[in-house]
Ligand binder design. Structure first.
Ligand code: GDP
Ligand code: IMO
Ligand code: MG
Length: 429
């Protein structure tokens, strides 16, 4: 397989984990390049479910997995995840799992501030996952962050103590919240250092070596294009770049190394947290998708908002990521609906808009323009070839391809690794 980047095209939870696990078969290394444990990636292998928040989804296949420098890592969560995977018989030794020395640490005060800010002004809530992601990236940009390399430095404890004192001032006096117990925090970090230090490496050098040896690397994105800090529905976004360009900066390789960029598309649209969602459904069709698709967040357990697929969003994702193909997931969930709608444009104040608008007021005022296609009644979750799919399923896929000028290369008809149809399989090359 060529070196491939996997990104979400919508608002996350498109099924990236499943597709990364699938494509890990054709790669040697899997690198996650951004985000933290706001992500929840689910894989189902031989009926057994695995959920990962930080460890790249290639770990189940036995690939060497890398936590990239673009990630923010809560060390306690990572240790718990390593233990969870070990209990399931997965090899998560330092040979299998590497952590970039440049990745930033989520500290207890980041989580405290995330919660405090969301609670402080309920009207302006973003609906974050509360995992400290935003405050950690803030500190990274402010050059006040703590990286894995600092954890190994003897002066680390003093540095962490000073930063925590400043954060505690805000927590206590501005947000009127409990401060972080700094001695507990330092003691916790001594234990975390002990466990994680053997995994810490210069991953850019490792990846370079791997590529020189002709091995293949899969880059795993988290969240989705429309949660990107620059290109998403700001401020209702996450705090990192989720688009494919960040696969390079988030792992320390140049763009020339990337061959394919696959966008994961849920066959309908979901969103967790707040923010505009033009094709959102508030009727029984939305409930049908939510229930049949089991649309509850893998990280926070929140109910996901559901709506029709949106070709305007997908077109935006194609452009922003230079997508070479799509993997369409959860197609089985749509079975049983009489008609399916695809949003092909937006109407704003009587005018047709073809591109995803930047202004939130505009987006919130957009009325979707729909094209209606006939649905299918069949249960397609056992279908293993394209030819066997109902004609109306093929028409639905064809129309998505036409509207976005992007080929569908993978079709997913169930959560299991085997419930997948590969078309021409370009990943084998
Ligand atoms: P990610 O964050 O993009 O990795 O996606 P999540 O794991 O958060 O959410 C996707 C959910 O859909 C998970 O529970 C998957 O097991 C499940 N899933 C993935 N592909 C399919 C599919 O084709 N059909 C069905 N029914 N479920 C799927
Ligand atoms: P995966 O990788 C869906 C959403 C949150 C919130 C916003 C900001 O599983 O697709 P944050 O905690 O990042 O500051 O929250 O982003 N969000 C996700 N929604 N899937 C995710 O990840 C998400 N990660 C963050 O719900 O609206
Ligand atoms: Mg998820």
């Amino acid at each position: 397989m060529a070196n491939t980047v996997i990104v979400g095209t919508q608002w996350g939870d498109e099924g990236k984990g499943k597709i990364v696990d699938l494509l890990a078969e054709y790669s040697d290394y899997v690198v996650r390049f951004q985000g933290g444990n706001n992500a929840g990636h689910t894989m189902v292998v031989d009926g057994e479910q695995f959920v990962s928040h930080l460890v790249p989804s290639g770990i189940i296949r036995g690939n060497t997995c890398i936590i990239g420098n673009g990630m923010v890592v809560d060390p306690e969560v990572l240790i718990n995840e390593i233990d969870y995977l070990k209990d399931k018989g997965v090899d998560v030794s330092p040979q299998r799992l590497k952590i970039s020395e440049k990745a930033h640490l989520i500290m207890p005060y980041h989580k405290g501030l995330d919660h405090a800010r969301e609670a402080y002004n309920k009207k302006k809530q973003i609906g974050t996952t509360g995992r400290g992601i935003g405050p950690c990236y803030e500190d990274k940009a402010a050059r006040r962050g703590i990286r894995f390399i600092d954890m190994l430095d003897p002066e680390f404890e003093e540095k962490a103590r000073l930063i925590a004192e400043e954060k505690n001032f805000f927590l206590e006096h501005f947000y009127k919240c409990d401060p972080v117990d700094i001695n507990d925090m330092i003691a916790g970090f001594r234990a975390h250092r002990e466990r994680l230090a053997p995994h810490v490496s210069d991953i850019s050098v490792i990846i370079d070596q791997v590529l020189r040896n002709g091995k293949r690397v899969l880059f795993e994105g988290a969240q989705g294009t429309h949660l990107d800090i620059d290109h998403g529905t700001y401020p209702y976004v996450t705090s990192s770049n989720t688009v494919s360009g960040n696969a390079c900066s988030g792992s320390g390789v140049g763009p020339k190394k990337i061959d394919r960029i696959t966008g994961i598309v849920k066959a309908y649209t979901t969103r967790v947290g707040k923010g505009p969602f033009p094709t959102e459904l508030f009727d029984e069709t939305g409930d049908f998708m939510q229930e049949k698709g089991a649309e509850f967040g893998a990280t926070t357990g929140r109910r996901r908002r559901c709506g029709w697929i949106d070709a305007v969003m997908l077109g935006n994702a194609v452009r922003l990521n230079s997508l070479t193909g799509f993997a369409v997931t959860k197609l089985d969930v749509l079975g049983g609906l009489e008609n399916l709608k695809i949003c092909t444009g937006y109407k704003y104040r009587g005018k047709l808009i073809e591109h995803f608008p930047t202004g939130l007021d505009v987006l919130a005022g957009c009325e979707p323009v729909y094209e209606t296609l006939p649905g299918w009644k069949e249960d397609i979750s056992g279908v293993s070839s394209y030819q066997e799919l109902p004609e109306n399923t093929k028409r639905y896929l064809d129309r998505i391809e036409q509207l976005t000028e992007t080929p569908v290369e993978i079709i997913s008809v169930g959560p299991g690794r085997d419930q997948t149809i590969m078309l021409n399989n370009p990943f084998r090359q």
